[in-house]
Design a protein around this ligand. Structure first.
Ligand code: SF4
Length: 183
């Protein structure tokens, strides 16, 4: 009997590119999400971009569907991978499976719908992000306080969320730099 940890079943599927992985860790070390949240937050053996692709294959997208969503799709993982595994495309594959099976949690769906509403209204967006920036700065004064925020505990259990740097939101800083009045 050969114990292959399910690798044979991946052969010939859309995911077979990940069988080339040599576990060098380059994709993790260049991933901005991994750098910000650390390895333990992924909650399984393999963290980082390769973990976000491999874990749903091993334990099912029902269990690990949040991992391929923890990506900005900046593409650095693929560009540094020595064996050129198309990690963003494979993460997108899992996101599609999650969407097809209606596995996205209700809180995430409603949160994205709210964000989409606000993002299409620039003035409202700037006002709300400025308010959120001030509140997060207030919360960030004491270590570990972000954990008490709704939806935050899963990602902040292992590494505290940094407080926003002084200077306000990106929009506020950009307006100041361009000499435009703030709205
Ligand atoms: S960079 Fe490529 S080979 Fe290295 S661990 Fe990541 S996926 Fe595997």
């Amino acid at each position: 009997m050969i114990l292959d940890n399910g690798r044979s079943s991946v052969l010939g599927t859309k995911m077979q590119d990940m069988l080339r992985c040599i576990r060098c860790g380059a994709c993790m070390n260049h991933c901005p999400v991994y750098g910000a949240i650390g390895g333990h937050a992924y909650g399984w053996v393999y963290p980082g971009p390769i973990g976000a692709v491999l874990t749903p294959q091993l334990i099912g997208v029902e269990e690990a569907g949040n991992l391929p969503n923890a990506s900005t799709f900046c593409g650095r993982c693929e560009s540094v991978c020595p064996v050129r595994i198309p990690l963003p495309a494979l993460m997108r594959h899992w996101r599609e499976r999650e969407f097809e099976r209606h596995l996205t949690p209700r809180a995430v769906r409603h949160g994205l719908a709210l964000w989409s509403y606000v993002a299409r209204r620039p003035l409202l967006y700037r006002r709300l992000t400025a308010l959120a920036n001030r509140l997060l700065a207030l919360f960030g004064r004491a270590e570990g306080r972000y954990r008490s925020l709704p939806l935050a505990s899963g990602w902040t259990r292992f590494r505290d969320f940094p407080a926003p740097p002084p200077g306000g939101t990106f929009h506020a800083q950009w307006a100041r730099r361009a000499g435009r009045p703030r709205r």
